[in-house]
Design a protein around this ligand. Structure first.
Ligand SMILES: [Zn+2]
Length: 171
């Protein structure tokens, strides 16, 4: 579920709006102001999660990947976005590559460092993970993955982790 939408030709981030701005947008939307999802351009609506996170959802099922994102994904994404911003990183959510070969959950820049955070709650194969991660590495972007229960779901990653990463880092 996206935090971002396009209104009046501008991209807005739900949680960045004040209470007044959100309320005003909601009533303008009710009166017919179009809200477009920034992920796919399809029509969207405004919503507030149980945890109070303002976000947008697709008005109709279109097969967009962002429809699948769970509420956990939304809340984690928002927390990371909030923390990066509070640490004075220039921070973006649902940030697409110029050629749209990837869209990262959170993208942050500071002092020449570029980092992405990816939240992966649903299962992902080692192959897909490596493929997606390589795109970031090729562009000089540090990537951090939050993988839910990943080690329990596939032994592939566990063995890859031990053979490729374990012991490479000294703290
Ligand atoms: Zn979409």
């Amino acid at each position: 579920m996206p935090l971002k939408a396009i209104v009046d030709g501008a991209t807005i981030i739900g949680p960045d709006l004040s209470d007044e701005e959100w309320t005003r947008l909601k009533s303008r939307h009710k009166k017919g102001l179009p809200v477009r999802m920034s992920c796919c351009g399809n029509p969207g609506h405004l919503r507030i999660s149980k945890k109070g996170t303002r976000h947008f959802y697709h008005a109709i099922a279109t097969g967009c990947n962002y429809e699948q994102e769970s509420k956990e994904h939304l809340e984690i994404k928002y927390q990371i976005y909030r923390i990066c911003k509070s640490e004075q990183w220039e921070t973006y959510v649902e940030f697409p590559a110029p050629d749209r070969t990837w869209i990262s959950d959170v993208y942050a820049i500071k002092d020449g460092r570029k980092i992405v955070f990816e939240i992966q709650i649903s299962k992902i194969s080692f192959h897909d993970l490596e493929e997606r991660d390589r795109k970031y590495r090729n562009e000089g972007i540090e990537s951090y993955w939050l993988l839910d229960n990943f080690l329990e779901r596939t032994r592939d990653f566990e063995s890859w982790y031990h053979s490729h990463l374990f012991g490479q880092f000294t703290i």
